[in-house]
Design a binder for this molecule. Sequence first.
Ligand code: FAS
Ligand code: PHB
Length: 393
Amino acid sequence: MAQVTTRVAIIGAGPAGLLLGIALHRAGIDFVILENRSREYVLGRVRAGVLEQGSVETLTRLGVGDRLARDGLVHDGIYLQFAGERHHVDFTALIGRTVTVYGQQEVVKDLMAEHDRLGSDARYEVADVAPHGLDGSAPTVTFTSDGRQHELAADFVVGADGFHGVSRASIPADQITIYEREYPYAWLGILANVAPSTDELIYCLHEDGFAMHSMRSHSVSRLYLQVDPTESIDAWSDARIWDALHTRLGVPGWTLHEGEVTEKSITPMRSFVASRLDYGRLFLVGDAGHIVPPTGAKGLNSALSDVTMLAAALIDFFAGDERKLAEYGTAALARQWRTQQFSQWMTEMLHRRPGDNAATAFDYRSQLGELSYVTGSDYAMQMLAEQYTGLKL
Ligand code: FAS
Ligand code: PHB
């Protein structure tokens, strides 16, 4: 078996794993990244689109923010739309902070390019990744690459391998509790080659369901529709999707421009948090430890804030100070629960309860009342703005 030794073994080359590698390199700490998919597959995943101000600052500070500064779309706010009216929530006026629209694919592209420039030890298309000895002081990770068995010895293992990864599953079942809830709806998302019909994101509650107009650039739009979780994407022609978007997003005097749909998919919605993000020499970051419904644009940003906290803790550890590492799990989870409640609030405020009964009819009108209060109160909008643009670390 081929032996490799490093300081930090990172499982997963999504945004969390790749960013952690950059942060460790900047501090002169050796690492190896193990990814079971190809580079092309990782780059091809269409996911998040909005970066909190703190995420932009982290990427810039670590020297991977040049394209982001050039191509990112800085937004001062969002629109909340309901009962046929569109209301602007002006983050800059309310709290002096912004968000930047820049696709997750672009973040991953920038991180991969920096790793290539650095000549990082990032291994793609590995198989049979398995952590061992996590409760000891000399953990290892075995894996197969090019048909050969390898053993990677490290001081620490970081699980950046997402919701379906191997890391969280390596914690003994009696040592971890899972907190989760499913939502009775999903998001049908499309990418379309058409200039956005809005300057900033529109979050809309319509009696037919939620709809959102986002974007990726001045020439690519990203739009979403609430659908039933059991829906098949095959049942949704481009024409049917555009019809539903026109119905839900339409307001007098405004036109939604259509374009070629280049990607469409249905994503289920769940909230999920592991009771711990650390176990012996294993630390979890990002989707390996938690999942949020995408309504609050927090999935990618949570992953990046976990990495910011864990990188600082590992850097301190190797400099002789173990305090932050001992506190990482508790501190990251405390922040995550603040993020979870915001994501759940945005989701339940903006999605139509399925079913046609007195309770769902009442809920819909109560949601309209909530949206009317939020958009009519600077205090409520400040609360939304502070959380949407990202709580300070
Ligand atoms: P990722 O899942 O991105 O990366 C984990 C990596 O680990 C992957 O490359 C995977 O191949 C690899 N891996 C898994 N198992 C492994 C193993 N055993 N060995 C080695 N490697 C392994 N967030 C938003 O904010 N807004 C959105 O609109 C949004 N839309 C989403 C749509 C979908 C379909 C999904 C699934 C997620 C969406 N998210 C969204 C959330 C998403 O952006 C995540 O929060 C983000 O990718 C988290 O990054 P990572 O923690 O790095 O996990
Ligand atoms: C996106 O552009 O993909 C996006 C933006 C904001 C969200 C979710 C998704 O809340």
